[in-house]
Design a binder for this molecule. Sequence first.
Ligand SMILES: Cc1cc2nc3c(=O)[nH]c(=O)nc-3n(C[C@H](O)[C@H](O)[C@H](O)COP(=O)(O)OP(=O)(O)OC[C@H]3O[C@@H](n4cnc5c(N)ncnc54)[C@H](O)[C@@H]3O)c2cc1C
Length: 271
Amino acid sequence: MDELYDVIIIGGGAAATSAAMTLKNRGKSVLAVSNRSESSNLYKAEKITNYPGLPPMSGAELTALFRRQLEESGAVLVEGRALSVLPMEDSFGVAVGSDYYTARSILLCAGITREKLYPGEAEFLGRGVSYCATCDGMLYRGKTVAVVGGGEEAVHDADFLESIGCTVLRFPQSARFEILGSGKAETLRVGGIDHAVDCVFIIKDTVSVTRLVPGLRYENGGILVDRRMATDVPGVFAAGDCTGKPLQLAKAVGEGNVAALSACDWLDGKN
Ligand SMILES: Cc1cc2nc3c(=O)[nH]c(=O)nc-3n(C[C@H](O)[C@H](O)[C@H](O)COP(=O)(O)OP(=O)(O)OC[C@H]3O[C@@H](n4cnc5c(N)ncnc54)[C@H](O)[C@@H]3O)c2cc1C
């Protein structure tokens, strides 16, 4: 049977790194699921001058330091995009592409995910709209599909779909899209031009936390947490930008530490 981790951390930035280090120091088994580090907000920062203990450096440099610490923390690092978190009786399942991992608790460190959905995307999700070619590609073997998105993953997914006999239409994410159909997705409208498709694969770096975990509550644009960084879902903790303002590194690191300690208490039956 696959390993049941104590904690799955979703994210790989400042909050996640801080949480992973604390959890490993407390002897917990940890899996961290994160997109490539270049996708973090911090990576885009020109110069960080307000992080204690370190000289000014670029966001890219600090991102690399965090990623190295995350790798060296002892947490198992899986590079990929967590698609959904499924609460089960005493544990949680996390889908990452076509892989599936389980843990007794979840720590959300996903940063800010400003996700604008295309018209029809939510309506047809699972009925001709998919976020994962590896998971759902076979359902559309030999059919006409669209891949929406740039980047390596979109290229890889388009190649895979072609290899199983699909006719693949590829579009960059920047175009204007609308997904139309009756009961299931049938047409992808791109800048006013209609394309008949059996499925639209939308490949993006992040999934909004609002859709990642069912049952969370939100306040002022962030996940609602208490002082222990516990969310409304027992066993799910959150830290960093995803809990709201201020959007600052020091806050993310501090919250990651608190969330990790709270997760330890929860795992040890102390609250
Ligand atoms: C241009 C810019 C300049 C900034 N300058 C400063 C500054 O000078 N000082 C300062 O204190 N702060 C600054 N910030 C803010 C700082 O970068 C953030 O507060 C900090 O990075 C938050 O850390 P985090 O771990 O919460 O999120 P992030 O650093 O955003 O990390 C989250 C990670 O999780 C990944 N992720 C999200 N969803 C998923 C998923 N479903 N599956 C897998 N991985 C996922 C993301 O790709 C990302 O790698 C700046 C931000 C920007 C954009």
